[in-house]
Design a protein around this ligand. Structure first.
Ligand SMILES: *Cc1c(COP(=O)(O)O)cnc(C)c1O
Length: 462
């Protein structure tokens, strides 16, 4: 399987190179040259198999012959052994046709662990085989950083620098990064918002000299391996609810659109999905786009669901590319313009293609709190504010047939918001309690790509 850039101006690369590079040299994102398929029979036979086996089957279609099947399976087993639930992603029923997929049973209590644990094993395997090391620069809206630090801490062939927007993430989120004591971990508090951090990351990744000097790599959801890893739970949860014999729908709390696009990947591989409801907080660029066809940045508002305080959803570029029939030059022009501050008018046919699968819904702060309160009073479930955004969206825009709501974080990651909304503090799993008393280690830095590059070079000793 080869990977091409959404901007059409980079040579195709193999799976391993696409994973290690993150961003393509022309600034685009990698997608597979063609979408691998599962027949309905093949999907049906996945039912009831352990999560790691389904993950290996899905990943295998994308890795092709670059990674032996047995190694993939071993990697998946190891990644998911770090989860504290035997189902890895258990389903909880909230209403006759509404189910929560608990994606937060990994080491940092957010769904980012599902992909990051696997990505770390995968990187280790290919780096060791190639005799290389890498430096990961990571921009986080709160949870990616913690998941990445948890996954890569102590790995001898990887250095990791996690950038987070200073003062804009929860204390628990911050502590998952800053309490790591391993030498290969550094944390930077950037004086800016998440979009600023992401822009700094993109600048660094677009610098071939830096890339060469430090073996720069990205683990944000622009990394295609993460998207593939996330498509796995669309399969396992849909299978549990009757797919492929009936379609299943999803409601997805969204920011950077990695999780939403993972659903698209499962759909393109043959999983019957009725609808994917993209649920945003006040930072509603995606929901607006699906409603109006105009992809236009707003100002970032701070909300109680900070992992979605994003006005530039990187993975939308992948959906755009698919929806304009893989027109690389058109995608390049649109997203270069967007980076320069212009908005993107999605062509009518492309919008129609997108909205055959996707719908968008925006939830404000009061409705988010109300959804947390209702979940507790009606079902006894404590949900985090991100999950609440999706529950609220689904209430206003109900689907047909079974719908899986992706529960993207453990409520204990956002104790203040949960307490304020429900009157009850969520109980913290051991993993969160253990962080409280530990010393933190991070440096503050100006929102300046050159400063960050210099920092990364110094850390890598380059
Ligand atoms: C990252 C994150 C999201 C948003 O996911 P995207 O893939 O960026 O759309 C939602 N909820 C939580 C808790 C997250 O950490």
């Amino acid at each position: 399987m080869r990977y091409i850039s959404t901007r059409g101006a980079s040579p195709p690369v193999g799976f391993v190179d696409a994973v290690l590079a993150g961003l393509a040299p022309d600034g685009g994102l990698y997608v597979p040259e063609s979408w691998p398929q599962f027949s309905a029979g093949e999907i049906a036979r996945m039912a009831g198999r352990p999560y790691a086996e389904v993950a290996a089957a899905v990943l295998g279609r994308f890795a092709g012959d670059e990674i032996p099947e047995a190694d993939l399976l071993a990697m998946c087993r190891q990644a998911y052994a770090a989860f504290d639930h035997p189902a890895v992603v258990p389903l909880v029923q909230l209403a006759p046709d509404i189910f929560l997929a608990e994606l937060f049973h990994g080491p940092s209590l957010a769904f980012k662990d599902v992909a990051m644990q696997l990505l770390a094993g995968l990187s280790d395997f290919v780096l060791e085989r190639a005799g290389r090391t890498q430096t990961i620069l990571c921009a986080t809206s709160g949870d990616t950083g913690g998941a990445a630090v948890e996954a890569f801490r102590g790995r001898s062939n990887t250095r990791i620098v996690a950038m987070f927007p200073e003062g804009r993430i929860s204390e628990v989120q911050r502590r998952f990064m800053t309490t790591a004591t391993e030498d290969n971990v550094r944390c930077l508090a950037v004086a800016g918002d998440f979009d600023t951090c992401q822009a700094i990351l993109k600048t660094a990744l677009g610098d071939p000299v830096l890339q060469q000097a430090v073996g720069l790599s990205a683990v944000n959801s622009i990394n295609f391996a993460r998207i593939v890893a996330q498509s796995v739970y669309y399969f396992t949860t849909a299978l549990a609810l009757g797919a492929p014999h009936r379609p299943v729908s999803f409601a997805v709390p969204s920011g950077n659109f990695g999780d939403g696009f993972a659903g698209y990947v499962a759909y393109r591989m043959g999983l019957p999905i009725g609808r994917i409801l993209i649920a945003t907080n006040a930072n509603d660029i995606l929901a607006r786009t699906f409603r109006t066809g105009l992809y236009a940045r707003g100002t970032v508002a701070e909300t109680q669901s900070p992992a979605m305080d994003i006005q530039s959803a990187s993975n939308f570029e992948r959906l755009f590319f698919e929806s304009v029939d893989r027109d690389g030059p058109a995608t390049a022009e649109a997203f270069r313009g967007f980076a320069e501050g212009r908005s993107i008018s999605v062509p009518p046919q492309a919008l129609e293609a997108m909205t055959r699968l996707f719908a968008g819904e925006t939830t404000d702060e009061a409705a988010t709190s109300e959804a947390m309160r209702l979940a507790l009073s009606e079902t006894g479930e404590t949900v985090d504010p991100h999950t609440a955004v999706a529950l609220s969206a689904l209430r206003r825009s109900p689907g047909t047939g079974p719908t899986v709501v992706l529960a993207t974080a453990h409520p204990a990651k956002f104790p203040e918001a949960v307490l304020a909304a429900t009157g009850h503090a969520p109980s913290a799993p051991e993993r969160a309690q253990a962080l409280a008393g530990r010393p933190e280690r991070y440096e503050s830095i100006a929102a300046d790509a050159a400063l960050v590059s210099a920092y990364v070079r110094a850390f890598a000793g380059a």
